[in-house]
Design a binder for this molecule. Structure first.
Ligand code: ADP
Length: 394
């Protein structure tokens, strides 16, 4: 071998090893880039992202790191993120695992055949592991957020109930204090004046009597609601003509309607003899017709009794102040009063709760339609299975 040819050989080897070093440093650089990406992804994934964000990041970064054309993620029962490319020549599918097990998979696509290498698979597996941890965390966070929201709603409801109870206590105290003050005042006046005219005494005693009646009504309502709540309300069922109950209630409340110059009408279109507790059912109509009179300043209150083959209905319509639409769902709650803020009309907010409880017991329902400033219609509907002579199956 001449010195010239050995020179050429040496130069060739040098060039070769230079190429190898270049290739190696390229691979080291690539590896460094990938490891760096994994660290970066780990940090991003751990920063409490939502499920959709984790998946979007997983798709973008996985495709980028192996230079694939596209990627998609499938979670659980087929929830998909990303899009498949049409007719891929190569696919690489890697599971996404959490400590609890497999929760989905990521698939990468490319148009070139044999595109993905074993090294790519290893790398995507590492990325998918990081994403699995992130998805687990984000699900935990989402669960916590949901729990928090549920707790907040519960808290709001508890606050509203608390407010309702405070309003109720102040209402009831007011409702009890007013007649009591009047009873005490008139009784003291009679006692202090032994010379008082018999006529004046009669008038004062009449007022004391009326005010005592108001107290008895409130106390009875309170006792009834507590019985209703504990499930200890007793019912004595007997066949009763519904029109008779309504006529009695209308006669009883006529004085109140007249005092406000309201027309109080009873329209019996179809009568029925039904198996009900007459005292409790009277209480229902006293409350509904009493409310209609209380919340109407002009016009009329009409109770209409109708019956079909399937149902018996009593509708109580008034031309009163009406009820705002958004408040309608609450008015049957115990203690609820639309006018809790400004106390103008008497009441404890127990009447409609009692009405609903009694009607429910009889297998019926009570509904309301109302328009503010126009009036309200409260309808009690009872099943015909209560009608005398009806055969009840079962
Ligand atoms: P209250 O003792 O206040 O009458 P209720 O339970 O009978 O209690 O009624 C609850 C609330 O529903 C009333 O405070 C009132 O705001 C509203 N309401 C009931 N009936 C009528 C009606 N016919 N017209 C307008 N508002 C009514």
């Amino acid at each position: 071998m001449t010195s010239d040819s050995s020179d050429v050989n040496q130069r060739g080897e040098l060039a070769n090893s230079q190429k190898q070093v270049e290739q190696l440093s390229q691979e080291v650089l690539e590896l460094y880039r990938q490891v760096n990406l994994l660290y970066r992804l780990g940090d991003v994934f751990r920063s409490g992202l939502q499920v959709e964000d984790v998946c979007a990041l997983l798709i973008a970064e996985s495709a980028k790191v192996v230079r694939a054309r596209g990627a998609c993620v499938t979670l659980g029962e087929g929830v998909k993120y990303g899009t498949r490319i049409t007719d891929p020549a190569s696919t690489l599918t890697v599971p996404i695992n959490t400590p609890q097990g497999r929760i989905g998979e990521i698939t990468l696509f490319d148009k070139k055949r044999g595109f993905f290498t074993a090294a790519d698979e290893k790398l995507i597996k590492a990325v998918a592991r990081q994403a699995g941890v992130a998805l687990e965390n984000s699900k935990r966070i989402e669960g916590l957020i949901e729990q928090n929201q549920a707790l907040e709603t519960l808290n709001d409801e508890l606050r509203a109930i608390d407010q309702m109870k405070s309003d109720f206590v102040s209402n009831v105290s007011h409702e009890l204090r007013t007649p009591l003050a009047s009873i005490k005042g008139f009784a003291a006046t009679i006692r202090e004046d032994p010379e008082m005219d018999r006529e004046v005494i009669q008038e004062f005693v009449g007022i004391i009597n009326d005010e005592s009646d108001k107290l008895i009504i409130i106390i009875n309502d309170l006792l009834d609601v507590s019985k209703l709540m504990s499930g200890h309300m007793d019912y004595n069922l007997e066949f009763t003509q519904l029109s008779r109950i309504l006529s009695e209630v209308v006669a009883l409340l006529m004085i109140q309607a007249k005092a406000k110059s309201l027309r109080l009408n009873l329209d019996v279109q179809q009568d029925a003899r039904v198996n009900i507790d007459p005292t409790r059912m009277s209480q229902v109509f006293i409350n509904l017709i009493g409310n209609a009179i209380k919340f109407t300043d002009e016009g009329s209150v009409t109770a209409t009794l109708t019956a079909t083959d399937r149902e018996i209905s009593v509708a109580i319509a008034d031309t009163g102040i009406g009820i705002r639409k958004e408040l309608l769902p609450h008015i049957f709650d115990k203690f609820y009063r639309v006018e809790n803020v400004v106390h103008q009309k008497e009441g404890t907010g127990l009447g409609l709760a009692l009405v609903r409880g009694i009607v429910d017991y009889h297998g019926g329902r009570v509904e309301v339609e109302s328009k503010e400033g126009v009036g309200s219609i409260f309808t009690v509907t009872l099943p015909t299975s209560l009608v005398a002579g009806t055969r009840v199956n079962g």
